[in-house]
Design a protein around this ligand. Structure first.
Ligand code: CA
Length: 312
């Protein structure tokens, strides 16, 4: 029985489709899990690897480790972007997390609009089911109502602070008929950056300036929160949202620059052709008028000069 048939049978039998690729980290390429991206801010004793010794399912999991704290929390993470159309769907996101001496480990889900780039929602398992300290494999889950303007969904496995965290057996599936009320999203950042090419420099400058005091800038209520874990998660979720948005803005601007360069090259070629044509017409006019000075050599067109220069 081939794979396609198995997939069709699974679909027809009502099994939930997992929108994540390689959700159990069993497919490897160059000792890296296929379809997953690693972000670890460079620091001695901080790393992300595939782990053969710990697994909630199969034989592999992914691991993050931070030996010592960063001056500013980078939210090191493994991530995967889902481009499937998930608009207006209610998703059930699940995963398994194991920790050793960890400050906190969580799964975060962000919904983004692409043009203009804007984060539409962000939720994490850290808000209601934080995993920290020494924990054996723990199942965490999160319900996400995907906004109607969403173009892609980012799923991140995050280690906050120090220690070790393992992640395995992940799933992002459409929640079936029985719908629960949606959980509230994080407060929106009023100055969420867009991918406008003109405003990129301003945005990056703002990002640098605000990164240190992000929470106070955007969420003055956080200090009233009595839960240290929830507060810590909020701070770092906001920072990660900013980092993600800045990365996307840079990519958008690079694309805009490439397009602009291509247009400029095309325009220059057109102008050069027009100049050649005008020069040829001037020569014709001079010859037709018989007013050319025979004692003076005619000026050749630039194209002719180039040819002469390349001749041996
Ligand atoms: Ca696995």
């Amino acid at each position: 029985m081939n794979t396609l048939l198995l997939v069709i049978l699974a679909f027809c039998s009502g099994a939930e489709m997992n929108f994540l690729r390689n959700p159990g980290f069993e497919m490897l390429r160059n000792e890296q899990p296929v379809s997953w991206q690693l972000f670890v801010m460079e620091k001695e004793g901080s790393y992300g690897i595939i782990d053969w010794a710990n697994a909630a399912e199969g034989t592999h999991s992914i691991k993050l480790h931070n030996e010592t704290p960063y001056q500013e929390e980078p939210m090191n993470n493994w991530s995967q972007s889902i481009a499937a159309n998930l608009r207006n769907k209610t998703l059930l996101v699940t995963g398994h997390i194991k920790t050793r001496a960890a400050t906190e480990a969580l799964i975060m889900v962000q919904c983004f609009r692409r043009r203009p780039l804007r984060e539409l929602s962000s939720l994490s398992t850290g808000r209601e089911t934080p995993v920290y300290g020494d924990s054996d494999w723990t199942k965490v889950e999160l319900e996400v109502s995907v906004p109607g303007e969403t173009d892609f969904v980012m799923v991140r496995c995050v280690l906050v602070g120090t220690g070790s965290a393992w992640f395995d057996d992940m799933s992002v599936a459409e929640k079936s008929a029985m719908k629960k009320p949606a959980k509230p999203a994080l407060p929106r950042i009023p100055t969420a950056p867009t991918a406008s090419f003109d405003s990129l420099d301003k945005h990056l400058a703002d990002f640098d300036r605000k990164s240190g005091t992000l929470l106070e800038s955007y969420n003055p209520e956080f200090r009233k929160d009595s839960s240290p874990f929830t507060s810590y998660t909020n701070i770092n979720e906001l920072k990660l949202r900013e980092i993600s948005a800045a990365q996307e803005a840079i990519m958008e601007s690079n694309r805009a620059l490439r397009n602009l360069n291509a247009e400029l090259v095309a325009q220059m070629k057109e102008l050069q052709a027009e100049i050649e044509l005008l020069k040829a017409q001037m020569i014709e006019i001079r010859e037709g008028a018989g007013g050319s000075d025979d004692t003076e050599e005619r000026q050749p067109a630039p194209a002719q000069i180039e040819r002469r220069e390349t001749e041996p």
